[in-house]
Design a protein around this ligand. Structure first.
Ligand SMILES: [Zn+2]
Length: 478
């Protein structure tokens, strides 16, 4: 029997963790022990976030509360923390198998886990180094499009193949070829799928075959604005925001969104270089600051991974352009430089764009900028990502436009700066993109499991699939 089990991302969009397990059937009575008769893999092992995070100090969010003795490998779709954050806990629970992922993910995984461990686990550097070393020894990078055998035994075998998912660099969906006794099945796990035409990334192609498909549905109920519209909206907002000589502050996440924004801004600087972006300042003289060591680290990893960029980005490189390290870009590393930059920009009237983490303003360097800049109307805050309920980012977005206030580190700050939002960077595929992904599969899957979405998104997506004649569409619950 070939079974799919969900350990997360069935209620909401975080804690992704799915299992594919083969039951080899009845063994001789003496050997009948579940560990001998079953073998499987996990696809992702992510952290729960958002509302559930309120109690994240509790071990229950982190502990691995399902059997893992039969798990032969972990396959990682991409390195966002809601897909990989529980890996240290999986190891602590005794998991001894390999961690299979794409080549870019193998480079980025230890970096993102180092940060996660520092924040949520321990400050003990030696302990962190030991965990990271263990993770590095388990990593098995597999090229895209190449079958990789996980196990092969008398009664069953399992191979996996990673394909580009277009979500962040290194992201993949996972094709599994499972054989159990006389059964043979192709099971596909989508991971997070990206929207087509994302900066830097190649867009995903549909699987050639999927008897069963587990698919995310974050935006299963809506479509995004097109990339061109979004790009010109970004330009209009920046020009409008910088007209009065203030700073535009962009709270941004370290992986994906920061690099996509830099890429888009470099494109705008190149295209409109002699046009004015602000009074007396041409686009080519606009200063862009990345003030986040982690974002800078991932930007440099992205730069090293040029062979994985899409054709458009590769063409820019051939033209001698540097989409992620252009001359107008300044990276701030040390804490001292950070404090100086906050102070300087708060006083100066030089137009400047600052990207700083964290993306939802719940901590990180962006908080110091907000404290120094929210009170002045010439400054602007531009949100490019989803702001979860209960975060300062959501409060600024909700109350800022009416001249309200936000609480930062226990203190109230009035919001006189203008607040804007552009959606769609590092986004998930919209409904039509997800449908296109499924319709590209030559033979309709006999079962489609809709996961990783809010209830309304999952239901709307299921309805759409039902109406297109797909049968066997399920919304699994944990
Ligand atoms: Zn993701």
């Amino acid at each position: 029997m070939i079974d799919i089990i969900h350990h997360g991302a069935t209620t909401g969009v975080t804690g992704s963790c799915h299992e594919l397990t083969l039951d080899f059937g009845a063994a001789p009575a003496l050997e009948r022990n579940s560990a001998n008769n079953t073998a499987g893999i996990l696809v992702d092992c992510g952290l729960f976030q958002g509302q559930e995070k309120g109690s994240s100090a509790s071990a229950s969010d982190l502990s691995i509360d399902f059997p893992i003795a039969h798990i032969r490998a972990l396959v990682v779709t991409h390195v966002h923390i809601d897909h990989v954050g529980r890996i240290p806990y999986l190891l602590a629970a005794g998991f001894e198998g390999p961690i299979i992922c794409s080549e870019p993910s193998a480079l980025m995984l230890p970096e993102i886990l180092e940060d996660a461990l520092k924040i949520g686990f321990t400050r003990d550097k030696r302990l962190i180094d030991r965990v990271l070393e263990l993770i590095r020894t388990r990593l098995v990078p597999v090229p895209y499009g190449q079958w990789h055998p996980v196990f092969s035994e008398q009664n069953g075998s399992l191979s996996v193949r990673l394909q580009r998912a277009g979500h962040i660099l290194g992201s993949a969906y996972v094709e599994c070829e499972a054989v159990s006794g006389v059964e043979r099945e192709r099971v596909v796990f989508s991971g997070d799928l990206g929207a087509p035409h994302a900066p830097l990334l190649q867009e995903p192609a549909s699987p050639e075959q999927a008897d069963r498909l587990v698919i995310e549905s974050t935006y299963g109920d809506k479509d995004h604005e097109s990339r061109e519209t979004r790009r010109y909206r970004l330009k209009a907002i920046l020009e409008h925001a910088l007209a009065d000589g203030g700073t535009v502050l962009i709270p941004a996440f370290s992986i994906g969104r920061t690099q996509e924004l830099l890429y888009e801004i470099e494109g705008l600087i190149h295209e409109f270089r002699h046009d004015a972006v602000a009074d007396g300042v041409a686009w080519e003289d606009l200063e862009i600051v990345v003030d986040s060591p982690l974002a800078a680290e991932f930007t440099s990893i992205y730069r090293k991974l040029k062979p994985f960029w899409n054709g458009e980005a590769a063409e820019l490189i051939r033209q001698g352009r540097h989409p992620l390290s252009f001359e107008q870009l300044t990276v701030i590393n040390s804490h001292e430089d950070h404090l100086n930059a906050v102070e300087y920009l708060a006083r100066s009237h030089r137009p400047c764009v600052v990207l700083a983490g964290s993306g939802m303003c719940a901590g990180g360097r962006v908080v110091n900028y907000l404290k120094a800049m929210l009170g002045e109307a010439r400054n602007d805050v531009l949100f490019v990502g989803y702001q979860a309920a209960g975060t300062p980012g959501r409060d600024i977005l909700s109350y800022g436009p009416q001249g309200g206030w936000v609480e930062l580190d226990g203190e109230r700050f009035d919001i006189r700066a203008r607040v804007h939002q552009v959606g769609g960077y590092s986004a998930h595929a919209g409904q039509s993109d997800l449908i296109r992904f499924i319709e590209g599969i030559a033979k309709k899957p006999r079962e489609i499991r809709v996961v990783h979405g809010d209830d309304s998104a999952k239901r709307a997506f299921k309805q759409r699939l039902d109406s297109l004649g797909y049968s066997g569409v399920l919304i699994p619950s944990e």
